[in-house]
Write a protein that binds this ligand. Structure first.
Ligand SMILES: [Zn+2]
Ligand SMILES: [Zn+2]
Ligand SMILES: [Zn+2]
Length: 361
């Protein structure tokens, strides 16, 4: 995959990282400012922050936003299935992580583009899912579509904001931090809370996120773990903190895919990702999307889905090679077919059968 460096149309911003002695140089094609130096650990969050500011500054009403991928003949992705869905902000990096592009793209094009995540609008502007009153907050069910949507958006964002091989436990921790942070990016997680997540004393996870340049933390033995999220998008989250907190709470027990205590973090993250894509007992998502959100290779994802079947959280799952999607069904869903399910007579774990698209370039 190549990211074009000749984008002149609005709503596409591209930055590049150049190796320099002692660090990296960030240059932006959109602003004429000279590049500035940064440490490698802070590069990813500097890139995201820079691009997010461009998107905020050049905000355009929704009805004027068009799919920039389509405007270029859909050259950003290999499959041509036509544009579909809402126009979103898609964040794409090239394979080396040296070139980053933020652009308006329709949901279909964003979903088909490698190394791409949708940036939640909630990170860049007024929240789309904001309860209007306290009463509304109290009446909102704890596992409503709003919580699922928020978690899905944040997982999607973290899939690009964090390094590709971030551990599942670090991703779960980052998700809680992102959803519980205040509007300046500060978060405090009490030891009891971390104990509940089975992450107490796991200082290596904080180190992993710190090494990725995503947060800086201050730990002490008795007081809550405090951290400041360095990702600029996390420091400008608009209001709606209580709604985010509800989403964080749901993410700990993602009904109806709540894993039994003691399951590995990789299983928990997979169950949470599926739960965020499930409604009415069935769900589906592109294989590429699931591998990115779960931080797993397609082969490992297959194993994790089989584990979910073995512990009876899933009734069945299958890979639909036509459109490279995974679909699944929860136990107790009868009389209906899982989305796109082709052969109901062959339930049970199925194998991924074709070249994984997650590593397509
Ligand atoms: Zn710029
Ligand atoms: Zn396209
Ligand atoms: Zn499109």
């Amino acid at each position: 995959m190549r990211l074009s460096t000749h984008d002149t149309v609005q709503r596409i911003w591209t930055v590049r990282l150049h190796s320099q002695p002692g660090g990296l140089l960030l240059s932006c094609l959109h602003c004429t400012l000279p590049g500035y130096r940064l440490h490698a650990a802070a590069a990813r969050s500097a890139v995201l922050g820079h691009l997010a500011r461009h998107a905020q500054h050049d905000a355009l009403p929704g009805h004027l936003r068009t799919c920039q991928c389509r405007a270029r003949g859909c050259c950003w992705h290999p499959r041509r299935r036509g544009c579909a869905g809402p126009v979103l902000l898609a964040l794409t990096r090239d394979r080396s992580g040296r070139m980053w592009r933020l652009a308006d793209a329709c949901a279909a094009c964003a979903g088909a583009t490698s190394y791409t995540a949708v940036v939640p609008d909630t990170l860049l502007g007024p929240s789309r899912v904001q309860p209007s009153t306290r009463t509304a907050q109290r009446n909102t069910p704890p596992c409503g579509p709003g919580e699922r949507l928020r978690v899905r958006e944040m997982l999607t964002y973290l899939a690009v904001a964090l390094p590709r091989f971030s551990s599942p436990a670090a991703r779960l921790l980052a998700l809680q931090c992102a959803l519980r942070a205040d509007h300046e990016g500060h978060v405090r997680l009490p030891h009891g809370f971390l104990r509940g997540m089975r992450l107490q004393g796991r200082s290596e996870l904080w180190s992993e996120l710190a090494h990725a340049g995503w947060l800086a933390c201050s730990t002490s033995r008795h007081s809550p773990v405090g951290a400041r999220l360095l990702d600029a998008a996390m420091q400008t989250q608009p209001s709606g903190r209580s709604a985010r907190a509800r989403a964080a709470h749901w993410a700990l027990h993602p009904v109806p895919l709540t894993t039994p205590r003691g399951m590995a973090s990789s299983v928990q993250l997979t169950a949470l990702t599926l739960a965020a894509h499930t409604s009415d007992g069935t769900g589906s998502a592109e294989l590429d999307v699931l591998t990115r959100l779960c931080g797993q290779s397609p082969l490992h994802l297959e194993d994790l889905l089989n584990q979910l079947v073995r512990c009876r959280l899933l009734a069945t799952w299958r890979h639909i090679s036509d459109n490279d999607e995974i679909s699944w069904q929860l136990p107790g869903v009868t009389g209906r077919t899982a989305p796109h399910q082709e052969d109901e007579s062959a339930p049970g774990p199925r194998c991924l059968s074709q070249t994984p698209s997650a590593f397509r370039t």
